[in-house]
Design a protein around this ligand. Sequence first.
Ligand SMILES: Nc1nc2c(c(=O)[nH]1)N[C@H]1C(S)=C(S)[C@@H](COP(=O)(O)O)O[C@H]1N2
Ligand SMILES: [Mo]
Length: 256
Amino acid sequence: MVLKKKIVTLDQQQIIKDAAKLLDMPSRRRFGRQLLSLGGLSLLSGCSLSDGNSIEAMLMAVSRFNDGVQGWLFDPNRLAPTYPESMITKPFPFNAFYSEDEVPEIDDDYTLTVSGLVTRRADWTLPALYALPQTSQVTRHICVEGWSAIGKWGGVRFRDFLQRIGADLGAKYVGFRCADDYFTSIDMATALHPQTLLTFTYADQVLPAKYGYPMKLRMPTKLGYKNPKHITEIFVTNAYPGGYWEDQGYNWFGGS
Ligand SMILES: Nc1nc2c(c(=O)[nH]1)N[C@H]1C(S)=C(S)[C@@H](COP(=O)(O)O)O[C@H]1N2
Ligand SMILES: [Mo]
């Protein structure tokens, strides 16, 4: 509801700027610099602009529209850049919807729950996950709050993991629930992308608490908020699962 508060109290010019920021950010390169006016946006989405609620509804509608177009434009074979280890950002930034001293503590008896459209629904212990074939990559993490940083994450290719659990690879979404009440979801094409990793290490060490122990889904093709930390449950579904920021108006596709 942050979105609504910000928008109803500000003037028309500011509304247009905010809308432009929210809608254009993840898709700027693909859609060029072309921006619709607020009037144009309201025509497109069929919402009136007389009150804050309908502005919010309109932004959501247009964001969903962008998701559709971005999903269609997304090339599942396009690779995000990788970098030499000498370019890693030190120290790597921490970010969450709370401060660093509130990072969740994970119990020793932690298991990962797998549910939804999968044929093998067993829970996974960390030793079982560590025993899977591991790989690592050095990529850039981009946060919508205006920073980006290069880091090295290691883990299992998410595509391999989905195959192992017998996931329905024709399903639309993979959803994530986290130990800190965060949640998000991604399209299946991104889940199967070769650079999408379920990671357990950062800089070749066990993933530190602040970076998402025991695991973070790392996707260099997606903005920071699409990369869930402290994952406790992974589910495969055809029902749109939304996300913590996405439900507040951030673009669901969130490509970078
Ligand atoms: N569980 C959880 N995952 C999360 C978040 C969060 O608050 N909780 N924040 C997201 C955002 S907005 C960013 S930029 C990255 C930050 O990851 P980092 O702390 O490794 O830099 O985590 C993402 N994943
Ligand atoms: Mo972020």
